[in-house]
Design a binder for this molecule. Structure first.
Ligand SMILES: [Zn+2]
Length: 659
């Protein structure tokens, strides 16, 4: 490589180090070769430090120096956040007003403060941090003069391995950087965040400090809302877990996740940062980032809380954290998975008392609900819940059992595992799956004189055959099956004895379900979905112009997503003679589907989703999103008419007359 080539191949850091004379060309060349060979493309800076050519401190100094010269404007244009034209307009204004460029762009509503901070974070590789009071180490705050903190809008957050993480909104503020060097030497690193959030947290903390100085007492009431979360730890673990400041950061991540209704909290190590994301209503949201330097104490804290081996870094771990809040107890299931960049930590949030729901709270269309309730009145039959993992099959099954449990019936289950225990039901946890063992347990179950039998999930032909046999011998049988839709669920069981079952004309209801996000009630408004989405529903007998749809405009309550919470969309097939004949005569799903669609005993997922959107519970886009690839491809028309929509919504004349 010629010198010119090295310069080109290297990034800004390499070029700056060469220029400053801290690195020779040969050293840079060797480091670049290593970088090319490294498996997960290590960062050049890390390689140079490992080789002993430069120190971490020198890298920090140089990065800071070269960052001065980078223009905010070109970063924003390069990252596609703003256009060149918008930049030129803002620059013209800057020449007159002398304000900072970022400030002008935010004022002109070209970008938000969050976008500004995120673009800077991505380009400069600083963590993007959403601050909270709990994250801030109060002792560090004392080290900087209040006037400067307010003037520069800056928050020192925490110290780990001797390095202080400082949150700024403007990493190019040279007066600020000078002040930080004055206070912390070179032992600090920057993170960026939205200005107004930094200012708010700073303001609150400084106010508190003043108040406390006046009252000279600490007021627990001033703690953030997460104070309601308490770990249920034994005293020894409590000592081990310590109360170091990084512990506060962990507490904040967990408590905030619970407060924001996260079902899972994901903490992933990246090259240079830690990324914290929450899964809310099924979607992962970036919550904040943290500096990589706190990965070790952060992981240690979580491991101690979860009761897993702190020393063993290379192995995967599973653990539990029990948390108590005012009104509920929460079980946190912690999984730690070692990756090449450091541990990937996933915390599943299980709130104990939300398991059991009422049948009418699942989001079923009124007609489906009455069909099910009527069916459950018959002495024998087979009910199957199908759909992929994580769509609430088990919740529906348990809601059904809860309903039947109130009707004075003897209910026996065999499940693997028993997910919720319901008082009054004989629930058995399956431990072995051998043929002999199954025979024994079936025999024992029948000796219990049951009315209702639950076989957790049909995972083999033997269980399918048993379900069929038990239903034919006069029991109401429930099970779940892992197929996409109702028709393929039945087809899959045809060879395991369901054919004989269909001939016997015992009742059969198959329910397939998905979850959709509900429109946020606080920002709901009418909205006409795009024509392309409407076309996907292949409406034949319904004019879209007669339909009213809604969406959420976005508000603080729903984190500006327009959605809050989720509910089920249910496909239902209640067997009747016509559908039965179609199954027995042909094994072809499309033929069965069109035979079934013409009856009022079958509502497809596509139709159910459409009605759910018409009801105003969800958006049409969301209803379309739940359809599987093959269902989206299927060109079968939606046989929804005004009358049939009213029928399923339970508002038709027929329903009125019955009341
Ligand atoms: Zn909202």
């Amino acid at each position: 490589m010629q010198q010119g080539d090295i310069v080109k191949a290297s990034n800004q850091l390499g070029r700056s180090l060469l220029k400053e004379g801290l690195l020779t060309e040969n050293q840079l060349r060797y480091a670049l070769e290593l970088q090319l060979e490294s498996l997960n493309k290590k960062r050049l800076g890390d390689i140079l430090v490992e080789l002993g050519y430069v120190t971490k401190r020198q890298i920090r100094e140089i990065s800071r120096k070269f960052n001065y010269r980078l223009q905010v404007g070109s970063i924003l244009v390069d990252s596609g956040t703003i256009t060149e034209e918008q930049l030129q307009e803002a620059l013209a204004e800057q020449r007159v007003s002398r304000k900072r460029l970022g400030e002008i762009l935010v004022e002109r509503n070209v970008i938000s403060e969050e976008q500004m901070a995120q673009a800077l974070s991505q380009h400069l590789d600083y963590p993007y941090i959403v601050p909270s009071k709990r994250m801030v180490d109060r002792e560090l705050l004392q080290l900087l003069p209040e006037k400067s903190l307010r003037h520069h809008v800056v928050l020192p957050l925490f110290r780990s391995e001797g390095v202080v993480t400082v949150l700024v909104h403007d990493p190019f503020d040279s007066a600020l950087l000078q002040m930080l060097t004055g206070s912390f030497g070179n032992d600090y690193e920057l993170a960026v965040g939205p200005r107004k959030l930094i200012r708010r947290v700073l303001q609150e903390m400084l106010d508190e400090r003043t108040l406390q100085a006046e009252a000279t007492t600490t007021s627990p009431a001033m703690e953030e809302s997460f104070a309601f979360v308490r770990y249920d730890l034994d005293p020894k673990a409590r000592v081990e877990a310590g109360s170091g400041h990084i512990g506060n950061v962990v507490d904040h991540i967990i408590a905030n996740g619970i407060a924001e209704r996260a079902s899972d909290i994901h903490i992933d190590c990246m090259y240079n940062k830690i990324r914290v994301r929450y899964r809310i209503d099924g979607i992962l949201f970036l919550k904040t980032e943290l500096p990589k330097s706190i990965a070790e104490p952060l992981t240690r804290r979580i491991k101690v809380l979860a009761g897993v081996n702190v020393v063993d870094l290379a192995e995967a771990h599973e653990g539990h954290i029990f948390v108590k809040s005012i009104d509920k107890s929460i079980d946190l299931r912690v999984s730690i998975y070692p990756t090449v960049l450091g541990p990937s930590i996933t915390i599943r949030v299980l709130t104990k008392d939300v398991g059991l729901k009422d049948l009418s709270d699942l989001g079923m269309l009124p007609r489906i609900l009455t069909t099910l309730k009527n069916f459950y009145l018959s002495p024998s039959g087979l009910t199957l819940f199908c759909g992929p993992t994580g769509v609430g099959k088990t919740t529906s099954l348990y809601a059904s059992l809860n309903h039947l449990n109130q009707c004075g019936l003897k209910i026996c289950t065999m499940e693997s595992p028993v997910e919720y225990s319901i008082e009054g039901i004989a629930q058995h946890q399956m431990i072995a799956f051998t043929e002999k063992w199954m025979e024994d347990i079936f025999k024992a179950m029948l000796h219990q004189d049951p009315d209702v039998i639950v076989l957790g999930e049909i995972t083999s032909d033997a269980i399918a055959a048993a379900a069929v046999q038990l239903a034919m011998s006069g029991h109401m049988v429930f099970s779940t099956i892992h197929t996409d839709d109702a028709i393929s669920g039945i087809l899959q069981l045809m060879d395991s004895g369901l054919k004989a079952y269909l001939r016997s004309s015992t009742g059969l209801v198959v329910v397939s379900q998905r979850l959709v996000r509900n429109i946020c009630a606080h920002c709901k408004e009418t909205h006409m979905p795009p024509r392309e989405i409407l076309r996907e529903f292949h409406l034949r007998d319904l004019d879209p112009d007669d339909c009213v749809f809604h969406h959420g405009a976005g508000c603080p309550r729903c984190n500006h997503t327009g959605f809050y919470d989720r509910s089920g969309v249910f496909e239902m097939l209640a067997m009747n003679d016509e559908i039965r004949d179609a199954f027995l005569e042909t094994g072809k799903a499309s033929t069965i589907r069109s035979a079934a669609t013409s009856t009022r005993h079958y509502l497809s997922l596509r139709e159910a989703g459409f009605i759910k959107a018409l009801q105003g519970f969800t958006t049409l886009d969301e209803a379309h999103g739940i359809l599987s690839y093959s269902e989206k491809q299927a060109s079968a028309s939606t046989q929804l008419s005004k009358e049939s929509v009213e029928y399923w919504m339970g508002t038709g004349e027929e329903a009125q007359a019955r009341r």
